[in-house]
Design a protein around this ligand. Structure first.
Ligand code: HEC
Ligand code: HEC
Length: 500
């Protein structure tokens, strides 16, 4: 019931925003000529184009569970932590090893390589501040809680929270204490201890008295909060498509020179016949929801259940929004409290990845199953049965195992259309990589220059609570799980229908 209410509010604000865009479009419809000579966009299509523009990206929503996230000192400290390889068992792995600023904050590998080998692909971090759920399966509910995962993961950094707290005391004391106050004394506990570590580390953790454990975990959580502040400062840069959309909406004939004909045809397929925009929507090209699209398993002997196995993990996480280390009040944790966890469609479902910059970071899917964008698009046309759960994609000749989401038409594309869609995806890459925003902490140990990356703009803390009160068109608002809403549907609600 509550969900329904908030959904109505979401659609209300989204529809209002689209109506606004539509009004602008219609106002000058009289004198408008086809902008490109190649493609004439209908008013409906223009409204969808507007919804994809980077200009529509709302400010990063504020996370009430992280009190320091908007502080410049936290952003700078977070960046130095992000790049510090001493927070790893072998001294060689930093967040930036797998999230390389020079490679769109990912590593280009099918599955990641830390102190060991992982089972999923690294995700680009730019724009992650807009996500409600982090990781391919959404098993974390904030960026700061997310950051703590890899540190104690046996195959990523492979370290533990007592060691992390000691390293903060040894190498980052000034930066830490300026933000979070005095560090606790850390001489007492054994050197390597954690409730999540190996047997010896867990045993050592059990010997520490509860008050001391809490102190160590709080230092650990604070490290995550600083890292999250840095990550939230990373914003996507405008791409050729954004320039094209601006020009089309202004009725500017220069639009014709901004996209090639095949790219413009691909864009039309993306928002129309290809149905891509039903999941890849909003300025980041993601509904931030979980879908089973029948992607093959990387390792058939260890099937990946995706979202279905993650809801219990996030609910039980001591670092979640409702936990003791969160700065939020319980009523500010609506996403977690009203999380959908009993929907069978979560089986084998993964988070819709954003598509900005996608052409520059193969391979694709949650475990790098496809090497090229062409293979990705062909997958949507083939729509195979899912190895785990049921695919949302349908196939015209779907046999006995009837598709669960029968309302979705099969995605049928000719060879030429597959090529056009691939061409279009190339327009989502920013042409000029901008400098990263966060300054390196003055006096911090590494003096690395700003790395290049597709990022720009200062962190703009949002006015409202995460995902609720900001009243802006946010891509993650298009429905709960399984409720894909192609944008044109919104136009039917509350806007006058555009003239044919
Ligand atoms: C060994 C490589 C590796 C290291 C080191 C690593 N990551 Fe990741 N990162 C990954 C992989 C792989 C995923 C996806 C894992 C999954 O979904 O289970 C990921 C996912 C993420 C995400 C989720 C993005 C999204 O859109 O949901 C964020 C944020 C992130 N990492 C930040 C960090 C931070 C911060 C650190 C350092 C504390 C870090 N990572 C260290 C490989 C790594
Ligand atoms: C039902 C929702 C849905 C539809 C429709 C959809 N996608 Fe996706 N897309 C996803 C999900 C979910 C993933 C990740 C799947 C995984 O890794 O298992 C994905 C992954 C991708 C990727 C890989 C990105 C990356 O970083 O790995 C690309 C590219 C992509 N989709 C493009 C498209 C195109 C083009 C279309 C239209 C032909 C489309 N998608 C239609 C949900 C959808």
């Amino acid at each position: 019931m509550r969900r329904l209410h908030s959904m109505t509010r979401m659609f209300g604000s989204a529809a209002a925003a689209l109506c606004g865009a539509l009004a602008v479009t219609l106002a000058d419809a009289g004198e408008q000529r086809p902008a490109t000579g190649l493609v004439r966009w209908s008013a409906d299509e223009k409204a969808v184009l507007a919804s994809l523009s980077l200009k529509r990206l709302p400010p990063v929503p504020a996370d009430p569970s992280n009190a320091v996230e908007a502080q410049p000192a936290a952003i700078a400290f977070g960046r130095s932590l992000f790049e510090d390889a001493r927070f790893s068992r072998n001294g060689a792995v930093a967040c930036a090893s797998c999230h390389d600023p020079a490679r769109q904050f990912q590593d280009g590998r099918p599955v990641s390589q830390g102190v060991g080998t992982g089972s999923r692909r690294a995700m680009p971090i730019v724009g992650a501040g807009h996500a409600t759920w982090l990781f391919w399966d959404g098993r974390k509910d904030s960026l700061w809680a997310q950051a703590l995962g890899p540190l104690e993961d046996a195959v990523e950094h492979g370290t533990n929270r007592v060691r992390v707290a000691r390293q903060v005391a040894a190498n980052h004391r000034g930066e830490y204490e300026a933000l979070f106050g005095a560090l606790p004394g850390l001489d007492g506990p054994p050197g390597d201890a954690s409730p999540r570590g190996n047997a010896a580390e867990q045993e050592a953790w059990a010997t520490i008295e509860p008050r001391r454990r809490e102190e160590v975990s709080r230092v650990f959580a604070n490290i995550g909060k600083a890292i999250a502040a840095y990550e939230k400062s990373l914003q996507p840069a405008p791409t050729r498509l954004d320039g094209y959309i601006d020009a089309v909406l202004l009725g500017d004939r220069a639009a014709g020179s901004l996209l090639r004909a095949d790219e413009a045809r691909g864009l039309r397929l993306f928002i129309g016949k290809g149905q891509c925009v039903s999941c890849h929507n909003g300025p980041l090209f993601s509904d931030q929801q979980f879908h089973n699209t029948g992607v093959p398993q990387r390792d058939a002997t260890r099937p990946d259940r995706g979202r279905a196995a993650a809801t219990a993990a996030v609910r039980g996480d001591e670092f979640n929004c409702l936990g003791p280390f969160s700065d939020a009040r319980p009523e500010q944790c609506q996403e977690l409290r009203f999380m959908v966890s009993d929907d069978p469609a979560l089986e084998g479902a993964f988070k819709t990845p954003g598509l900005r910059g996608v052409a520059g970071r193969p391979p694709y899917m949650h475990a790098g199953q496809f090497a090229t964008l062409e293979q990705v698009v062909r997958h949507y046309v083939a729509a195979p049965h899912a190895p785990v759960g049921h695919s949302e994609l349908t196939h015209r000749h779907a046999g006995a195992a009837a598709p669960m989401h029968a309302e979705r038409a099969p995605i049928e594309l000719s060879e030429a259309e597959v090529a056009d869609l691939v061409s279009f995806l190339g327009t989502l890459t920013a042409e000029r990589p901008l400098a990263a925003v966060a300054p390196t902490t003055p006096g911090s140990q590494d003096g690395r220059a700003s790395p290049p990356g597709e990022v720009h703009g200062p962190h703009r803390p949002g006015p409202g609570r995460r995902g609720h009160d900001d009243g802006l068109l946010s891509d993650r608002r298009f429905g709960g799980h399984g409720a894909q809403r192609p944008l044109p549907i919104l136009l039917g609600r509350g806007c006058a229908a555009p003239p044919g």
